[in-house]
Design a protein around this ligand. Structure first.
Ligand code: NIG
Ligand code: FE
Length: 387
């Protein structure tokens, strides 16, 4: 079935061939045929289609590609958040609280949480999502986390190297052996990616190298959490290995920035984290001015960023990180697609998957200009209206 979307106020295409990065077109129309975009052009020349959607002058943008989330968990950490807002600092030790709750949950409980959060994401315009494990940290709990995540996305990421669980507190090397051995073997059939939290208090550079190398040997592509809580070796390592993305990037040296530019590794910024931990926001302006590719993602998790909303992240990025609204929308769509190595989503050009969002606003700028307001009117995934 084909659908013609017409009377679009502003069409954000992210067309790589356009003069501006967002590839904005006015007086444009778009046709979806089956699950792909079939045609984009001036409204006056639009071909006939089986159905017609009147955008009534509203903006249409590509669906958001949320390239970083941790949706498989149980419980919440509202008390930890409350204490932080009263002045306590974030130390990532709370991850172990969620690990205990996740291990105690049933498969159905975990799947229901993922379902609820994916539905929240959808209703806020997210049409592709990456989901990590990392709150199980046993062979069985990591494997089941990924099996459950696989029910919702193909972009699943094995994060057994999230933190060293308490039962291995005296034997971190033994835990890395478990992650690179039996845990990886159980996880790999359900995962596309492998990730490591490379940070003081989590895993060091040598451990990260070992985990990424074992993952690569098992057919998993690498990504990293790095330079979140302080400077460190993770970003340089990601660039050296030519990983698709390195996430957080809050504390960067000039050499880190140059290495990212030269490797083409996407720097994924996660402003929900700095909002929720009261840490300094990453400097997106510095990265963009240096020519680094930037993505924005939610990092949705119960500890450091319990938001599923990319419109919220866009507003934060514009207000706090020096991004223009156009750069922020691009980073949350085409940027997320690049961070996942996806060329089938992230742009509204013929041949891409028909993933699009009709806003309750005339232009993409409103996503940052009207923070906290539900501006997502309709969401289409693969040519089907899902919201
Ligand atoms: O991306 N940085 C490590 N992992 C998560 C934090 C998870 C948590 O606090 O539970 C993150 O911020
Ligand atoms: Fe994360």
């Amino acid at each position: 079935m084909s659908v013609l979307v017409t009377n679009i106020g502003e069409l954000v295409t992210n067309d790589p061939e356009a003069d501006d990065p967002l590839g904005v077109r006015t007086d444009a129309a778009l046709v979806m045929d089956g699950d792909v975009i079939a045609w984009v052009g001036p409204a006056t020349g639009a071909p006939a289609a089986d159905e017609r959607v009147d955008a009534s002058g509203a903006a249409v943008i590509p669906g958001f590609v949320d390239s970083h989330s941790h949706l498989v968990f149980a419980g919440d950490r509202a008390e930890e958040f409350r204490a932080r807002m009263a002045g306590e600092s974030y130390a990532a030790g709370g991850i172990r609280t969620t690990v205990a709750a996740t291990r105690a949950a049933t498969d159905d409980e975990l799947a229901a949480t993922v379902q609820r959060l994916v539905a929240e994401m959808r209703s806020q315009g997210t049409t592709s999502v990456e989901i990590k494990s990392g709150y199980g940290l046993t062979v069985d709990d990591e494997a089941r986390s990924l099996r459950i995540a696989r029910g919702f996305t193909d972009d699943t990421t094995f994060l057994g190297a999230h933190v060293v669980p308490s039962e291995f507190a005296d034997d971190p090397a033994g835990y890395v052996d478990l992650v690179t051995g039996p845990m990886l073997a159980a996880a790999a059939p359900h995962a596309r990616w492998i990730d490591v939290f490379c940070e003081t208090g989590a895993f060091d550079e040598d451990q990260a190298r070992a985990v990424l190398a074992a993952g690569a040997a098992a057919g998993l592509k690498g990504r990293l959490h790095a330079n979140q809580l302080g400077p460190g070796p993770g970003v340089a390592l990601a660039a050296e290995l030519g990983l698709a993305a390195v996430d957080h990037c809050t504390y960067l040296t000039d050499a880190d920035v140059t290495a990212l530019r030269d490797s083409g590794t996407v720097a994924t910024l996660l402003p929900g984290v700095e909002f929720s931990t009261r840490q300094p926001f990453p400097d997106a302006r510095r990265l963009l001015d240096a020519g680094v590719r930037v993505a924005l993602a939610s990092d949705c998790n119960p500890g450091s960023s319990y938001t599923s909303s990319l419109p919220f992240c866009i507003a934060l990025a514009v207000r706090e990180m020096g991004m223009t609204p156009a750069e922020a929308v691009h980073a949350a769509t085409a940027g997320g697609a690049a961070a996942l190595g996806r060329d089938d989503v992230g742009a509204l050009v013929p041949g891409r998957r028909a993933d699009l969002v009709l806003l309750d606003a005339p232009a993409h700028v409103h996503l940052a200009y009207r923070p906290g307001v539900p501006l997502v009117r309709q969401v289409w995934v693969g040519g089907e209206q899902v919201h």
